[in-house]
Ligand binder design. Sequence first.
Ligand code: NAP
Length: 242
Amino acid sequence: MKYALVTGGSRGIGRAICVKLAEMGYYVLINYTSKQDEAENTLKLLREKGSDGEIIKFDVADQTQVEASLGVWLDKNPDKVIEVLVNNAGIRKDQLLMWMSNEEWNSVMGVNLGGFFNVTRLIIKGMLIKKYGRVINVVSLSGLKGLPGQTNYSAAKAGVIGATKALAQEVGRRGITANAVAPGFIKTDMTEGINEKDFKQLIPMARFGTSEEVAEAVGFLASEKASYITGQVLSVNGGLYS
Ligand code: NAP
């Protein structure tokens, strides 16, 4: 059995990634923080694919919770090495910088950037021992070009891109790759308030993308076939200039 962990696997892009990894034969640990019913729906989908998994609840931004939940799982399962880690959990709280509250800044940095650190630090050890691993970080167009109203989110995602490139250089010799996937506008709960009609003329492919289209890119980077690709950012954005 091969093991994978997807943070924020309960909904949206994370759910599609869980399903893709299940299709690839992975037993998937589905992380979530608030929507247990949605995490259970993801688990059902994995089982429909003939694979299996389990739900693991923790707030990626909270180091104590990550250690108490994921750290304990790792201690209890020393024979089960997670070989694919997808850092997907993310939130956005848009606000112009001049109006941005401490909470809007800190929470977006904590989940998107802190989450990468809190989770990857625990998982990378097993990969180093196994001399194999795939770390895929879901970032954003916003982290590549910056978007107005998103100084917090752009900074966090740009931070993860820098961390991805640095980590790739730390672990390459051990057969571990670290890459990022940068979606543009994807139809999920996160973009619910954004009107596709208003934005689609900016997108060469003239539509928002689907979670499954992002999951295909993640699946490729998670595969053994992507063995010589590391430290890269793969945009999945319908051709939006980034
Ligand atoms: P979504 O539909 O809002 O889903 C977010 C997921 O993250 C949920 O599973 C949620 O869990 C989980 N999550 C949120 N905060 C968490 C925390 N503190 N700890 C653990 N899990 C947490 O978002 P999405 O659109 O699928 O986005 C997935 C990733 O893609 C994010 O990193 C986002 O920044 C990135 N992205 C999205 C788009 C887009 O257009 N949608 C574009 C670029 C990048 P619960 O269900 O428990 O709340």
